[in-house]
Write a protein that binds this ligand. Structure first.
Ligand code: KG4
Ligand code: ZN
Length: 369
């Protein structure tokens, strides 16, 4: 079963080829540099850039997988959530290819796909290098850093699993009872965890995306330097809130600007470390409470913020404390990519609950159900 997967929900144009659940290729054309000068994703710029990048990205993914269009059985594409005009580029491309090849197109929920970034298997086959190159800023993946704890396929019972999905647009704690069966235990009532990283980075003029920059600065900062709030840490439920934290950082930065103290590198390091610790404290505390209440067999992490070293470390500690098998995607599968889209489709096909749609359209607010 060979699937071509396409992802274009935000600012990465990505394509991948998945054969029988194995990743043959995964290509990303990143727009990060284009958006960096605006300090965030500009939807019009993103959509236009997807249009120019999508065909070369698909071509390269097929080429690296040594797969012809006629070898494909399915096309999987992100339906949502995401930016409307960005999603539309991927969906229109998928539908056009599906119609031309007369094969089904499978709409995939991007949040479900972040979960399936944990299902890459322990040793994806490296792609064949070489072939024609285009001037687009492609990233070819599968270099590859190992996923942490890859219990899948090793005979461990996976479900029920608790999953923390933390990305630029979402923060969710999900119970997964079996493939495609989810219960949302809680989500953010305002900003996502990734947004708190990105907005703080913007305040500190560190560029976009902010998560990796904050994470790097935090390595040499003092996490106790600033006493930032841990919003809703004791709320008694599994909801999150990060907008108050962002405001607390803003007031601190404004206060520092008014005082004679400069926003020097040391202060930025301390702000980054204090913010990162506040965010991770909340995420880990809620996950721990959910472990105690729902007694999962495994825990998983997903989404761009899962690339954060402190979060990965604390997540591993939690799994050791409760003797749970834990999985964290390899770094390159945390942030947006198409391999996870193809894997989500693959597992739905395998379990006979894939959606096939000729008439589906982009859904910027698609929920995980
Ligand atoms: O999953 P993703 O690529 O896109 C969405 O679906 O939103 O997540 C992007 C988010 C951004 O907010 C980015 O700042 C954050 O993931 N991120 C990180 C790190 N790497 C990416 N946040 C914290 N630490 C990191 N190392
Ligand atoms: Zn994402």
């Amino acid at each position: 079963m060979t699937i071509l997967a396409i992802e274009s929900s935000c600012d990465e144009t990505a394509a991948a080829v998945i054969k029988d659940g194995k990743i043959l290729s995964t290509i990303i054309a990143s727009q990060a540099k284009m958006h960096a000068k605006f300090g965030g994703v500009v939807p019009e710029v993103a959509a236009r850039s997807h249009i120019t990048a999508i065909i070369p990205t698909v071509d390269l993914a097929l080429q690296q997988a040594r797969t012809k269009l006629t070898d494909l059985d399915y096309i999987a594409v992100t339906q949502g959530p995401g930016l409307m005009t960005s999603l539309m580029v991927g969906i229109d491309t998928a539908k056009a290819l599906g119609a031309a090849l007369n094969i089904p197109v499978i709409p995939v929920n991007h949040l479900e796909a972040h979960i399936y970034a944990n299902f890459t298997g322990s040793s994806p086959t490296p792609p064949q290098r070489g072939g024609a190159r285009t001037p687009l800023p492609f990233r070819e993946m599968l270099t590859t850093s190992p996923a942490v704890g890859n219990w899948l396929g090793e005979g461990h019972k996976v479900f029920p699993s608790l999953i923390l999905i933390v990305s630029g647009g979402h923060t969710l704690l999900v119970e997964m009872k079996k493939h495609s069966v989810y219960r949302i235990l809680g989500e953010t009532v305002d900003d996502a965890a990734g947004e708190a990283f990105d907005k703080t980075a913007k305040m500190l003029k560190l560029g976009y995306p902010g998560g990796p920059m904050i994470s790097k600065l935090a390595q040499t900062g003092n996490p106790q330097a600033f006493d930032f709030p841990r919003p809703m840490i004791n709320s008694g439920n599994f909801e999150f809130s990060f907008s108050g934290l962002k405001t607390a950082v803003l007031y601190t930065v404004q206060g520092l600007a008014r005082s004679s103290k400069k926003l020097d590198i040391r202060t930025k390091q301390n702000l980054a470390a204090s913010l990162q610790t506040a965010i991770v404290d909340v995420l880990i505390s809620k996950l721990e409470k959910a472990i105690l209440r729902y007694k999962p067999k495994t825990i998983m992490l997903g989404g761009g913020v899962a690339a954060n070293s402190l979060l990965r470390e604390r997540f591993k500690l939690l799994s050791t404390k409760y003797k749970l098998h834990a999985s964290i995607p390899a770094f390159e599968f945390c942030t947006d990519n198409a391999a996870m889209i193809g894997l989500a489709a693959y597992y739905r096909l395998k379990n006979n609950n894939a959606h096939f749609g000729k008439n589906f359209s982009a859904d910027p607010n698609l929920h995980l159900k």
